[in-house]
Design a protein around this ligand. Structure first.
Ligand code: FAM
Length: 468
């Protein structure tokens, strides 16, 4: 009379033991007619060169390069406001798509095009979103995780997909479908600040909503048709004019520009990029494809680490008596590891050194030391980046004990007043859209096929082991 779950529970111990034995025994075994080892098939396909990616490659030691340009190159070469090391994310999108460094005029033209898309496709009486999308977002429980809301909002923009519409009416062909993909990508990127702003405003509730000149009173700040993409994103999150004299608005906008400029792409194999590419390979439209990417980004081993790090830092402040004491921090980290938990913000599947994106974020704080020096949480983040690698190296399990992309950024957003921690990964999602969506355009230009790897089952693998 046992239930399905009870039946499964009885099977688990034996199957798990056999599986682990098989994984160990066959780690270096090549299957017939297969160059791959069983170890790499069962090990998350680490290190296998299995995908084509147009715009970026990740070197385990040098970090990410966008068409061969390092992060530092981008900080030097890409057009931005006059402030050192800051560039417009629009410039990065241009680079990703074309491989060329755009000039300022081209970047301003792109910003203008995105803002026009928002203005001409929104019902401005209510929001800077299409009326149907606004209505849908209003109907979601505001307690729903912001990443779930974000993925729903992005997929709902599929309602306006030219690609989908033309395909269903037989107006799309293999040679020209990249153009509809491109147009959809432009639409999607243009709406991301308003969508993120909408979700954030709903977390705050109606009392704090923006009452400015815009008729759009459902977001916390203004959408300015003359402003760049990251500035509108910052504004619509209500992060401007907080009235804190230490925090200069231009610095907050620059943080969002830098962050969203740097997190666009990390070659093809990461979960959000791979998911977008995989779903897009079935010719799902760009909105549906990137919605899948966002659902992957929402996993704690991937983008959700951004919010987990901030929660972790705040919890550490509570648990550790003196968070400036390295010994107390070390002991606390050991207690986490001994409880079989991960230290969020450390380690990486491919990188084998400190993530240069983390380095760029730390550089941002160093350039504004007077603002950050009294923030105990930012100081803790900086101190942990020295202590945690030592502890993780001694722990001996992880291949990279250094800080990754998510180690620094969330706590900087928090410093500037972003206090709904569950929201942090949405900003990551605004940025990450650019790389996988640029790739989707190239997937259609090259006519890359539907992805369909072959899988193997337990009984087949068993034949090559002593279990047979
Ligand atoms: N804390 C504790 N244990 C860790 C660890 C960490 N920060 N990083 C890796 N390990 C463990 C890992 O869980 C694995 O243990 P088991 O053998 O028991 O499964 C072992 O070390 C070997 O792992 P690895 O080969 O070094 O790393 P993976 O390629 O399997 O995983 C990460 C890579 C990023 C998932 C892993 O380092 C991790 O869980 N880090 C913490 C979460 C995090 O910061 N994620 C964000 C990653 C970021 F780059 C992003 O995608 N946004």
């Amino acid at each position: 009379n046992s239930t399905l779950k009870d039946t499964l529970k009885d099977l688990v111990p034996k199957r798990r033991t056999e599986f682990l034995q098989l994984r160990k025994e066959l780690a270096n075994t090549h299957l017939p007619d297969n160059d791959l080892t069983v170890g790499s098939i069962l090990g998350g396909m680490r290190g296998l060169q299995l995908m084509y990616w147009q715009s970026s490659t990740l070197d385990p030691n040098l970090g990410i390069k966008f068409h061969g340009y390092t992060i530092q190159d981008c900080q030097k070469l890409l057009p931005g406001p006059k402030n050192p090391n800051i560039f417009y994310p629009e410039a990065m999108f241009w680079l990703l798509l074309t491989g060329e460094i755009p000039n300022s005029k081209q970047v301003m033209g792109l910003t203008k095009q995105w803002n026009e898309i928002v203005i001409s496709n929104s019902n401005l009486e209510t929001s800077h979103l299409p009326a149907e999308v606004n209505k849908l977002m209003e109907s979601l429980p505001s307690t729903m995780h912001p990443m779930t809301q974000f993925a729903i909002g992005v997929s709902s923009l599929s309602h306006f997909s030219k690609f989908r519409d033309h395909y269903s009416r037989g107006l799309n062909n293999k040679l020209t479908m990249w153009e509809d993909t491109f147009d959809d990508v432009m639409t999607l990127l243009a709406f991301l600040p308003s969508l993120a702003g909408k979700i954030y405003a709903r977390l705050h509730g109606s009392s704090t909503r923006h009452k400015g000149n815009n008729k759009d009173t459902t977001s916390l700040g203004e959408f300015n048709s003359k402003a760049d993409w990251a500035k509108n994103l910052t504004s619509m999150l209500g992060l401007l004019n907080k009235g804190n004299s230490k925090n200069n608005d231009e610095d907050i906008i620059d943080l969002i520009r830098l962050y969203t400029g740097l997190h666009v792409d990390h070659e093809g194999g990461n979960v959000s990029a791979h998911a977008t590419h995989l779903v897009g390979s079935a010719l799902s439209d760009p909105m549906l494809s990137y919605s899948s990417g966002l659902l992957g980004l929402a996993g704690p081993l991937h983008g959700l680490a951004a919010q987990d790090v901030v929660k972790f830092l705040l919890e550490t402040q509570k648990q550790v008596k003196d968070s400036t004491d390295e010994k107390q921090l070390e002991d606390y980290l050991w207690s986490i590891l001994n409880n079989h938990r991960v230290i969020p913000g450390y380690g990486h599947a491919v990188l084998r050194r400190e993530d240069p994106r983390f380095t760029a974020m730390v550089q941002f704080t160093k350039e504004r030391q007077s603002q950050f020096k009294d923030d105990p949480n930012v100081n803790l983040m900086l101190l942990l980046s020295k202590v945690a690698p030592r502890v993780l190296a001694e722990y001996g399990k992880c291949k990279n004990p250094h800080p990754n992309v998510d180690s620094a950024s969330g706590i900087l957003f928090h410093h500037y007043g972003l206090n709904h921690l569950d929201f942090i990964t949405v900003i990551f999602g605004c940025s990450r859209a650019m790389g996988p969506l640029a790739q989707l355009v190239w997937d259609r230009i090259y006519g890359l096929p539907i992805e369909r790897p072959k899988s193997v089952d337990f009984n087949y693998l068993k034949k090559f082991s002593t279990l047979s």
